[in-house]
Write a new protein. Structure first.
Length: 203
C-alpha cells in the first residue's frame, strides 16, 4: 500500500466482497516516441455469489451506497477501476486524467472479462459514463476522495469508508477483534483495536 487512503479503499472493497489487484502498472501510455507509465490504484472484481462465514453475508454489504450509485449487487457481477486521491485540494481535472481512455483500456484488458477485440469500444464508451452494463457485468470507474467531486465516475469519500469499516468491526466485534493480527494491514489492525475497545467502553 502506498498510503492510508489506498489502504482504506482496499479494505472497503474487500469487506464488500471484491477481489483486488493493487497498483497495477500501466505501461507505455505516451504517444509516438514519448514513453510514459502510470498505475491504476485498485482493480476490483466482485462475483454475484460471494460468501464468507464471518463478514461476507448479505447483511454485511454496504448495499445502500451501491443503490445510491444505481447498482444492484444482487443482480450483477462488478468490475471497478478505482483511483484514490486524498488531497484536500484535488481538482476535477486530476480525476479526469486518471480515467483517460488508455488507462481504462489497459485495466479492461487486465480484467479479462471481454474478448480483446471488444475492449477498445467498451473503454471508449466508459470514458463518458460512471459505469456501463454489459450482460451480467457492470464495469465502473470509482474515485475515492476526501470530498465530493462530481463527474463521470462513482464517488466514495474517505469519511464514508471510515464509517462503514467502523460499523463492520463493531458488528463482528468478537471475531474481528480476536483475529485482527491476521489482517495484513497495520492500519486495519489499529482500527479494529480502536473500534473494538470503543464499542465496549474500554477505549
Amino acid at each position: 500500500m502506498n498510503n492510508f487512503a489506498e489502504e482504506l479503499a482496499y479494505w472497503y472493497l474487500r469487506f464488500n466482497g471484491f477481489l483486488l489487484l493493487q497498483n497495477f502498472v500501466l505501461h507505455n501510455l505516451g504517444n509516438g516516441n514519448q514513453r510514459s507509465s502510470a498505475d491504476s490504484d485498485l482493480l476490483a472484481i466482485r462475483f454475484l455469489n460471494v460468501y464468507e462465514k464471518v463478514g461476507g453475508q448479505d447483511q454485511d454489504w454496504d448495499k445502500e451506497k451501491f443503490y445510491d450509485w444505481g447498482i444492484d449487487i444482487d443482480k450483477f457481477n462488478l468490475a471497478f477501476i478505482a483511483e484514490v486521491k486524498s488531497s484536500k485540494d484535488l481538482k476535477k481535472c486530476c480525476l479526469e486524467k486518471s480515467f483517460l481512455f488508455k488507462r481504462l483500456e489497459s485495466a479492461l484488458y487486465r480484467f479479462g472479462i471481454f474478448p480483446k477485440k471488444e475492449v477498445g469500444s467498451i473503454a471508449k464508451k466508459l470514458c463518458n459514463e460512471k459505469y456501463i452494463s454489459i450482460n451480467s457485468w457492470i464495469i465502473a470507474k470509482l474515485a475515492v476522495t476526501e470530498k465530493q467531486i462530481d463527474g463521470p465516475w462513482l464517488i466514495l469519500t474517505l469519511s464514508e469508508i471510515d464509517e462503514f469499516i467502523q460499523k463492520r468491526i463493531k458488528s463482528y466485534q468478537k471475531d474481528k477483534y480476536a483475529d485482527r493480527v491476521y489482517f495484513p494491514s497495520s492500519l486495519l489492525q489499529y482500527l479494529t483495536w480502536k473500534y473494538g475497545h470503543f464499542s465496549t467502553g474500554n477505549f
